[in-house]
Design a protein. Sequence first.
Length: 234
Amino acid sequence: MKPPRNLKLTVVGDKSVGKTCLLKSYVYRSFPEGPYISTVFPFLPDEEYVYSKGIDYSGTPLLLAMWDRVYSKKEDDFIRSLQYDQTNIFLLCFDLTDKISFENIFSLWNPEVKRYCPKASCFLVGITHYKRSTFSQIELFSSYLILIRTEKVMVCPKRLKKDLSPCVTRSMGRDLAERIKAVAYLECSSKTKEGLKEVFSIAVQAAMGSPPSPPKKENCHICDSRLRRLIRLL
């Protein structure tokens, strides 16, 4: 039997965007409920967790080590280099209902990843889209009432929705993925599992040098032109 090939996947993004739930739902196939006590690596900061999963990739055994990364201003370059060292795959994660976490991908996480691992495969991942529509409707309705009560200038519903919705749209995600030259933009829900398996399978396939399986259009957008051409040939 062949020894497993090691792949390192590092998940980055702001706190509370769902990175740990993403990994736990994928590894343990269940959404974590209630308080969670982290597993701490002894030589790394308390906010760093490591998970692993064995994968059979076309007859080749793989051991996927998944690192849960949390930003801390107290870190120095040495600690950060340890965290990112030998990473093959980066998942740049944000919460689809939090535009600040989305904007930080461009301003913080992508520059940091490119600085330490310029050759790693990067994927932009929007998490928790199962609550996007409900959250948007609530926030939109509340903002609409505020406009009426403060007697501000009224705008048409379409303009109101575009300006006030707190959620990141798929087109916004695709545009950012193209801008930062990510391999793909993907959306998933850790709770409903929708798109969850595809995030990791597409990332592993790309890291192994194979074209990803044709993705569902609503959950994935392949940015890499070379991979797009290969997918068309499948």
